[in-house]
Design a protein around this ligand. Structure first.
Ligand code: AMP
Ligand code: MG
Length: 407
């Protein structure tokens, strides 16, 4: 049994990241949300594009107004009015000012904005009542970004703010990594689809749905290959098809030591190299990880629904993110105070599911109520954190700090 961090390191090492030249799609901005940028972005434009005003007021020459005050105001002649979106025509001379609005271009000759609250207007005569600071309220060309500098780096997931940056840089078509294809198959004679009436002894194949949702929410394309019975030939055909159609295969069930657990044997028969067969983790001990010559990465995941999802969160998620081209793929852990005793057997790294709450700036972990059996998927609902009890430890008492993986 491999320790969790060793298994994680092996898996991440096996991942072949999508190629930033070949495994890409060109998408327009409307379709870019949540995609992974495949090439860095630079712009030929400075930001701001030109000197502009940060306030509504008057553009002035600082020298004209530097000594003014309510007792000795300065009177300037307004020679132009510049709304946002217009190019100024006049070159300001000493003694002149221009009415200006937020975002409008500064006229030549001006260097400072006096906010309108510090002025009085009578026709074209503008009284400046207070001296501004030099260059006050001017957003200078290139102050936020200089043309040609790195703007967005490859490997980021595009969110609203990034999309705004791309739009403003007029980058309307961009190269993003294609979404990885992830084949999902459920093994087991006992399984039926949610639509089928349950006969005695049968179980609904919830894993197919859970894993497809997991894959889609991590940016992959789930290929649902359905239920495969515990028959070596059928299983071999299904697994061979999965390997040839996907970047990653996730099969659930059939990897423990039962009489009908054929997956590992079939992977070997199909020419796979097995790198991991079990991990010192609870739930999820029988985890098979194999690779194939076509670079497909295979995860044989235990069938119990909780084990299946915990294995996906802990091991598949970082691998899928890394393969997708994401720069940040490592799982995230936070420190939290546990609201209840957390018990484990001390023999395997134990993941207990529940909810992470932020209370006055500090995390608290509330263990899910009910049984912590790997078959109990009911109390797994709304889980957003997995508390980790390390090997060798049997109790983390209520009120103590615990490491929690965020989901
Ligand atoms: P296995 O890992 O094949 O020994 O499966 C262990 C147990 O997990 C089975 O007895 C089922 O109760 C359950 N199980 C297996 N596959 C699924 C599935 N696809 N969906 C829901 N439960 C499953
Ligand atoms: Mg089974």
């Amino acid at each position: 049994m491999l320790p969790v961090t060793e298994a994680e390191a092996i898996i991440l090492d096996l991942v072949q990241v999508l190629d930033s030249q070949q495994d890409v799609e060109i998408v327009n901005l409307e379709a870019a949300s949540d995609r992974i940028l495949a090439a860095p972005i630079t712009s030929k434009l400075d930001f701001p594009h030109w000197d502009n005003s940060a306030m509504d007021g008057y553009a002035v020459r600082y020298q004209d107004v530097q000594d003014c005050s309510p007792d000795s105001p300065v009177i300037l002649e307004m020679v132009e009015e510049i709304a946002a979106g217009y190019q100024p025509c006049v070159d300001l001379k000493s003694g002149q000012t221009a009415r200006i609005f937020t975002g409008a271009m500064l006229p030549k000759g001006s260097d400072t904005i006096v906010i309108q609250e510090n002025t009085q207007r009578s026709g074209d005569r503008i009284t400046i009542l207070a001296a501004p600071k030099p260059q006050e309220f001017v957003r200078h060309k290139g102050a936020f970004y200089r043309a040609g500098m790195p703007m967005l780096e490859a490997g980021i997931t595009l969110k609203a703010a990034d999309i705004a940056v791309l739009a403003t840089a007029q980058c309307t078509e961009l190269s993003v990594y294609r979404r990885p294809r992830v084949a999902i198959l459920s093994t087991g004679d006992e399984l039926v689809t949610p639509e089928q009436p349950l006969q005695p002894g049968q179980i609904v194949d919830s894993n197919q749905y859970a894993l497809a949702s997991f894959v889609a929410s991590n940016g992959g394309i789930p290929l649902r290959l359905g239920i495969v019975p515990d028959q070596p030939e059928a299983l071999k055909n299904a697994i061979a098809k999965a390997i040839n159609s996907a970047d990653i295969v996730l099969s659930t069930g059939g990897v423990s030591v039962g009489d009908y657990d054929y997956v590992d044997r079939i992977l070997a028969e199909l020419g796979g190299t097995l790198h991991i067969r079990s991990v010192a983790v609870k739930p999820g001990k029988p985890l098979t990880v194999a690779t194939f010559d076509n670079s497909c990465l295979y995860f044989g995941i235990p069938g119990n629904p909780v084990s299946a999802l915990v294995s996906c969160w802990r091991f598949v998620q970082p691998a899928l993110k890394k393969l997708s081209g994401q720069k940040n793929y490592e799982p995230m852990f936070v420190k939290a105070r546990t609201r209840y005793d957390l018990c484990a057997d001390g023999k395997r790294e134990t993941y207990l599911w529940g909810q992470l709450h932020l209370v006055e700036g500090e995390y608290e972990f509330a263990l899910a109520g009910g049984s912590h059996s790997s078959g109990n998927l009911i109390n797994l609902a709304q889980t957003n954190g997995l508390a980790v009890v390390p090997i060798g430890q049997k109790l983390i008492a209520k009120g103590e700090q615990v490491k929690v993986m965020t989901l």
